[in-house]
Design a protein around this ligand. Structure first.
Ligand code: ATP
Length: 237
């Protein structure tokens, strides 16, 4: 069974068609990247898969569960890291992880908090309030929150945005560890180096449609490009 199937998905906001009918699949153990210029429809697609936006047209299934008719089941097996996410500022980092862990009564609470603490790599700072965190520290806490629950499909919108080089590298390592596991990762990023490094396959969106899709190697060969940034600029002219 596919981790994710997106079939002829369309989404309009009023009269404006933000996504115009896209199809792609993500396999178990795969890291799949959605790239494209601002306004291409990436976040709309990710939010619809997460059941946060109602689907206008088409089908989206997560491990066979329809986002239309089985939204509850979908929510149980996914984890979503939004692009613009915040954690409760008055909470200590560790309390935020515990707070989130409480929402998963069927899973091992202590194991989850331990995993979250490790992924965050915030050490003693976990005992400080989130309001004292830098942007990067908050992002790491949120990445930890999203991945500590062992989702079957992790949906990460710009996972390393705002992180410095070292922090971004650490987060990438955590994501890479999910490769070839039982779960799958769908991420969007404006960082083409990151996408090339992490993703097994990439879909390039522009203006609400998928204009290219393939492995990083296939895309580079197709455009005789040295890297994915060159592919991007060649396709999005
Ligand atoms: P970015 O890289 O800038 O995050 P994106 O690829 O994630 O862009 P979306 O956020 O999905 O793009 O937006 C796609 C289009 O839909 C844009 O033209 C945007 O203005 C429009 N849009 C998004 N959300 C809404 C909304 N709630 N109401 C109206 N239009 C919207």
């Amino acid at each position: 069974m596919k981790a994710l199937e997106v079939i002829d998905f369309k989404k309009s906001y009023g009269n404006y068609e933000a996504v115009k009918g896209i199809d792609f699949e993500v396999n178990r153990g795969e890291i799949f990247g959605l790239i494209g210029p601002n306004g291409a429809g990436k976040t709309t697609t990710l939010r619809t898969i997460c059941t946060l936006i109602k689907i206008n047209n088409g089908e989206i299934n997560v491990y066979g569960n329809s986002v239309k008719s089985e939204a509850g089941k979908v929510r149980e097996i996914i984890s979503y890291l939004p692009e613009e996410a915040g954690a409760y500022k008055n909470m200590k980092g560790i309390d935020y992880l515990k707070f989130v862990a409480n929402f998963f009564p069927l899973k091992d609470y202590n194991e989850m908090v331990k995993k979250g603490s490790e992924i965050s790599d915030l050490g003693d700072k976990l005992n400080n309030k989130v309001e004292s965190y830098s942007k990067g520290m908050t992002r790491r806490l949120l990445v930890a929150r999203a991945l500590m629950t062992d989702p079957l499909l992790a949906i990460l919108d710009e996972p390393t945005s705002g992180l410095d080089v070292i922090n971004a590298q650490e987060v990438r390592k955590v994501i890479l560890n999910m490769k070839n596991s039982d779960c799958a990762v769908l991420l969007s990023s404006h960082n083409m180096l990151e996408v090339e490094y992490l993703c097994d396959r990439i879909a390039l969106m522009d203006n609400g449609i998928i204009v290219e899709m393939g492995t990083p190697g296939e895309l580079k060969d197709r455009y005789k490009a040295r890297n994915i940034e060159e592919v991007f600029t060649e396709v999005i002219k």
